[in-house]
Design a protein around this ligand. Structure first.
Ligand SMILES: [Zn+2]
Length: 290
């Protein structure tokens, strides 16, 4: 049975599909900057910069509840090897802080309407879905065929910062060993901002304001390229557009960082301070996860 969709939402979706889908591929991230999260963090007095390159460890295995929305034929659209591959990639990347992930259950969701997930203020299918399918104290990962957000158009995935629900939504095509959408969203889930974040101020290339601007992480270079327009060369060297900051210093952005928008063939790592920030966020906010 087809559910009623308000006309205004259909109109919004049409606008989104014509303006946004044409611009963005489905590996794009849909996690918006969360000012409430930042304000809470500032109140707790947790700095973005932890001062040294020694990586803290937490030595914990966290449980992932994997929810797969079936298509209208009842198929999952996700291969077993890709599920294992996605888990393996997370475990490789988080090994330096002793954090690992185990998919403890796979929950098949029969409502195929949510396979094309629409997340709008007036029509929020994610809210409908997690009201029914959600396992507390685990990381709830939802796999859908397409994900459309009101302000972003089609995205590859999105997550909630610490303090939000334990939810990550990911495009089925982006859930495998090679794709970096899951590691990127898990980075947000543990409090990392984009390397090109400017909501807190533009980070200077010399690092002088790295504790209060950009992504609040000082060992990720300032990154002017919000749109990911720059194409690193085949060896993943930054080739421009070559730009200068307000001091006249040249940017050398981190084209290998998972919290950037550079091609997934190039982005492959977190920095020590990103790891430390994730440890801090886990210990202070998401410590309740099993
Ligand atoms: Zn992101």
């Amino acid at each position: 049975m087809r559910r009623f969709v308000p006309f205004s939402v259909l109109l919004l979706l049409l606008i989104a599909s014509t303006s946004a889908l044409s611009q963005h591929d489905h590996s794009r991230c849909g996690t918006p900057f969360d000012r409430a999260f930042r304000e809470q963090e500032a109140l707790r007095g947790i700095p973005g910069y932890f001062g040294c390159n020694a990586i803290e460890r937490v030595d914990v295995k966290l449980q992932i509840s994997l929810h797969i929305v079936q298509d209208r034929d009842g198929m999952t659209g996700v291969a077993d090897d890709d599920i294992i591959g996605a888990q393996d990639r997370l475990n490789l990347l988080w090994a330096p802080i002793g954090m690992s992930f185990e998919i403890c259950r796979i929950n098949l969701i029969e409502n195929y309407q949510w396979d094309s997930l629409m997340v709008f203020t007036d029509y929020n299918e994610e809210a409908q879905m997690i009201a029914v399918h959600y396992f507390p104290n685990t990381i709830n990962v939802y796999l859908c065929d397409t994900i459309v957000r009101e302000d972003e158009g089609q995205v590859g995935g999105y997550a909630y910062f610490p303090g939000g629900p334990d939810v990550i939504v990911c495009d089925k095509d982006e859930f495998n060993f090679d794709a970096v959408v899951m590691p990127h969203e898990m980075g947000h889930f543990f409090g990392l901002y984009h390397t090109f974040e400017t909501d807190l101020g533009i980070e200077l290339a010399d690092g002088s304001n790295c504790e209060v601007a950009g992504d609040l992480v000082c060992d990720t270079e300032a990154d002017p390229d919000e749109d990911g327009n720059a194409d690193p060369d085949i060896e993943c060297n930054y080739t421009g557009p070559v730009t200068q900051d307000s001091n006249g210093d040249w940017y050398v952005p981190p084209v290998d960082n998972i919290m950037s928008y550079y091609p997934e063939d190039c982005i492959c790592r977190f920095t020590p301070q990103q790891y430390n920030r994730m440890v801090e966020q886990y210990r202070t906010i998401r410590f309740y996860l099993w």
